[in-house]
Ligand binder design. Structure first.
Ligand code: ZN
Length: 818
């Protein structure tokens, strides 16, 4: 950005020019003041007037009219003639900033505002007056927006509102402030973001963008644009990588960015960020740029920065003022040893992935973090920050403490380094981490704010009479989580069984005791509501601890729920603010497509089913074959802190049930009444793995959910798939992540003859075209096994059209899907 950005870290006091009396806005519940703004003011200013009116009314009982003519006694909002007459100019304020002053009998809240539809030079918007009104309500009325929604506001009641003689201005330290993963699609969360002054006058788009920009369909024409492994250009699947030293590829990427700006003239930023995960190109030109990072691992940073610069240079010819944003992250986190020079239109998004979870509890990580921040901020002024440094990712109800020590460590350093944006993850289940979400929002505006004082105030105001109990409970968890991360070197951000045992089961009695003490004290209805949001999560946590046999006397707890009650509780709270986002309310398109599901004679080469594990999201088709109801049971669940949820649809696409996968409670599919020909079982598995046991039905797993195919974990029982008569040929691929994670497979035809061998010891994807001769229709078998080198872990198998892409794992219950 060449826009000059002025940041104000502190409230800047401006001396008032004359001694003035305080303004008595409301006296004894009545007011002779009005709220004035120009009738043609931006929408954000009229929204500010509505907020101001509503909260003054709720606090004091006085309703101030909103008017469009200046008055003798007024709160004047926004840049206007009346404000300029009082010498208040919005033009001199920083973007998103505001000034609040009393002058004579009037109060002025004047901010830097963009007009409706107008953008700042940084491609964002500026709601300075609105920000000023929210600050005014906090400062002089005592309002706090503790959580989103109707139970979220803290409004002290007072029949008098007096504004002392004042003149101050404030603006955000960072021009792009986001706390993502707080269910911000909900309207009440959007509103909460605005009141916390989250937003941006500097637009940044830094998402993983390689697949979107250079689609896999380009491979046939331009294999050289894609990553090379072991001398072969790898067919792009999943999070594929590009060959960034290929000049044509660089040009194609830049052209895509330019075309995007052509189509979206108001947009100012395009993302350069690579796809997530590993698999970088190993061609000679790319490899020549790689080096070792300080931990001895391969660093691809020089190649990535060379690519960022090369694209940016081309784009700058047509769009010199637009920026190209890219992460520095993972395999390209550490700065290059030499020549760290960035084009002026490159914007770096520092994502110190070494510190995810609470790993900044470890002194060695803190040291690396500090040098990363220093090196990158020395290299460029165009820098923002992306992180999840205080997050334990889970749906298991584990309370997420606020990470006070980590927040105190990070934010003042970001301020001192003049970082221009923060994208720091919150927690979607507000009942797990409301104080954390609040602190993150406040720190985004003022990174030097007093974390301890804000946390204490939050607990006191959010939980009323029991504020101390909740404060102590979170502080105890904060210490325990930090201890755990120091003692368990592999702990990262997903919840592990070790965490469940070592933090949550161990301290469950104390958590429960503190919660009960709190519950006994609290009277205020809103405080009670917030407390019960915590209880909702403790019920979920208790159930998960029980699934892992980590509780001595589970039934003695007030949070105990039987499986049936628990499933009912979850479905009643589906999509709540407290518990979890409403994933899975949309009906997937594939359940609406009518299938022909048959159960042909058992494969001739069938083996007794060996163990297998499916991983992540899955879609199964289950066709009842018995006289009694079909049963689908989850076993060997390795949930990694995720609640594995499932939904069941009938063959006509109607949703019939749903719930949480539990070893003790199988799904029963009874088509006696509905006559449904088959069922779809749609499983949201995240990163979990599990085994499926089916009784009284035939079934098949859908390999079309991702472009990588069916996802298995570890050694597997053979897979069977049906090849109809007349099929001339088909493509089959096996995928793994060599050299560490490998796999091999043997393909046999229906007569039991070996047709092909697949091997991913070198190649990440082994894709073969299998041509058929007569007598080869029927059940084929793919036996996936260990390769000569490496270990078998994540494996994907994909069948392409004309085959349907479904696999059976149990030959006695094999189904075909067309
Ligand atoms: Zn390359």
């Amino acid at each position: 950005m060449h826009t000059r950005i002025i940041t104000f870290l502190f409230v800047v006091a401006v001396t008032a020019n004359a001694q003035a009396a305080p303004v008595d806005l409301v006296t004894n519940g009545t007011s002779d003041y009005v709220i004035f703004h120009d009738s043609n003011a931006p929408k954000s200013v009229s929204e500010a007037a509505v907020e101001l009116q509503a909260y003054l009314l709720r606090s004091s009982g006085a309703k101030l009219d909103v008017v469009h003519q200046p008055a003798d006694k007024m709160i004047c909002l926004g840049d206007c003639e009346a404000a300029r007459a009082a010498d208040v100019e919005a033009q001199n304020l920083p973007w998103e900033g505001f000034r609040i002053l009393t002058n004579g009998t009037n109060v002025y809240i004047i901010g830097r505002d963009t007009a409706d539809g107008e953008k700042t030079p940084g491609g964002g918007t500026s709601r300075g007056t609105y920000n000023g009104v929210c600050r005014f309500l906090e400062e002089y009325v005592g309002v706090r927006w503790l959580i989103p929604g109707e139970h979220g506001d803290y409004i002290p009641k007072s029949s008098d509102v007096t504004i002392p003689d004042t003149d101050f201005q404030d603006a955000p330290a960072m021009l792009n402030r986001r706390v993502p993963y707080t269910q911000e699609r909900r309207s009440e969360v959007k509103q909460w973001w605005r009141r916390q002054r989250l937003g941006w006058s500097l637009y940044l788009n830094h998402s993983h963008n390689w697949q979107h920009t250079i689609p896999a369909s380009q491979f046939d024409k331009h294999p050289d644009w894609f990553a090379e492994r072991a001398g072969v250009r790898v067919p792009p699947t999943g999070r594929y990588k590009l060959c960034t030293t290929n000049a044509e590829l660089v040009k194609a990427y830049a052209d895509a960015a330019i075309a995007y700006f052509d189509r979206n003239p108001n947009t100012t930023c395009y993302s350069l960020s690579p796809s997530d995960s590993a698999g970088y190109c190993e061609c000679d030109q790319c490899s020549a740029l790689y080096e070792k990072d300080p931990n001895g691992r391969r660093s691809v940073t020089p190649a990535i920065l060379t690519f960022y610069n090369a694209v940016a240079k081309i784009v700058a010819k047509k769009y010199p003022d637009k920026v190209l944003a890219g992460y520095v992250y993972a395999a390209y986190l550490y700065p290059p040893k030499e020549n760290l020079k960035l084009e002026r239109n490159v914007f770096v998004v520092l994502t110190p992935s070494i510190d995810y979870g609470f790993t900044l509890a470890r002194p060695a990580i803190r040291k690396q973090w500090e040098s990363l921040l220093q090196d990158w901020t020395n290299a460029t002024e165009n820098i923002s920050y992306y992180d999840l440094p205080v997050n334990i990712t889970t749906e298991a109800g584990a309370l997420n403490p606020p990470g006070l020590e980590i927040l105190k460590f990070i934010y003042p350093k970001l301020a001192a380094a003049k970082i221009k944006g923060v994208y720091v993850y919150g927690v979607p289940a507000w009942g797990r981490a409301a104080p954390l979400n609040y602190l993150l929002a406040k720190l985004a505006w003022n990174p030097n704010a007093d974390v301890e004082a804000m946390f204490d105030e939050y607990c006191a105001k959010a939980y009323g009479a029991c504020g101390d109990d909740i404060n102590q409970m979170y502080r105890m968890l904060d210490k325990e989580v930090a201890r755990h991360y120091r003692e368990f070197p592999n702990a990262s951000y997903p919840l592990t069984t070790d965490m469940l045992r070592d933090i949550y089961a161990k301290n469950f009695p104390e958590i429960e005791q503190r919660y009960r003490a709190a519950h006994a004290k609290v009277k205020d209805a809103d405080a009670k509501f917030r407390l019960e949001m915590i209880a909702d999560n403790l019920k979920v946590l208790h159930w998960n601890l029980r699934q892992h046999n980590l509780l001595d006397e589970p039934k003695a707890s007030a949070f105990y729920l039987s499986d049936g009650d628990f499933f009912e509780f979850l479905s009643a709270n589906k999509g709540s603010l407290a518990l979890h986002p409403s994933d899975g309310t949309k009906v997937p398109a594939y359940v609406r497509t009518k299938r022909n599901v048959t159960v042909p004679a058992k494969p001739k080469q069938a083996e007794k089913v060996r163990s297998f594990r499916l991983r992540g999201d899955q879609h199964l088709i289950v066709k009842p074959t018995g006289t009694s109801a079909a049963e689908v049971r989850f076993r060997r669940i390795s949930a990694r802190g995720k609640l594995i949820t499932y939904r069941v649809f009938e063959s006509d696409g109607a949703e019939v049930s749903g719930g949480v996968a539990s070893e003790g409670s199988p799904l029963i599919l009874d088509n006696a009444d509905s006559g449904s020909e088959y069922y779809h079982v749609v499983i949201a598995g995240g990163t979990a793995s599990f085994t499926i046991d089916v009784k009284e039905a035939a079934w098949a797993a859908d390999g079309n959910l991702s472009d990588q195919g069916l996802h298995l974990l570890g050694q597997s029982s053979p897979l069977y798939f049906y090849v109809p008569e007349g099929t001339p040929a088909f493509h089959l691929s096996l995928e793994a992540s060599p050299p560490g994670e490998t796999a091999a497979a043997t393909l046999t035809d229906p007569r039991g003859q070996r047709v092909a061998e697949f091997d991913c010891a070198q190649l990440s994807v082994d894709r073969q075209n299998i041509k058929l001769t007569s007598g080869q229709s029927g059940w084929w078998k793919l036996d996936v096994h260990k390769a000569k080198t490496g270990a078998i872990d994540d494996v994907w198998i994909k069948l392409e059209s004309p085959l349907s892409g479904y696999f059976s794992l149990d030959p006695d219950r094999a189904a075909t899907v067309q």
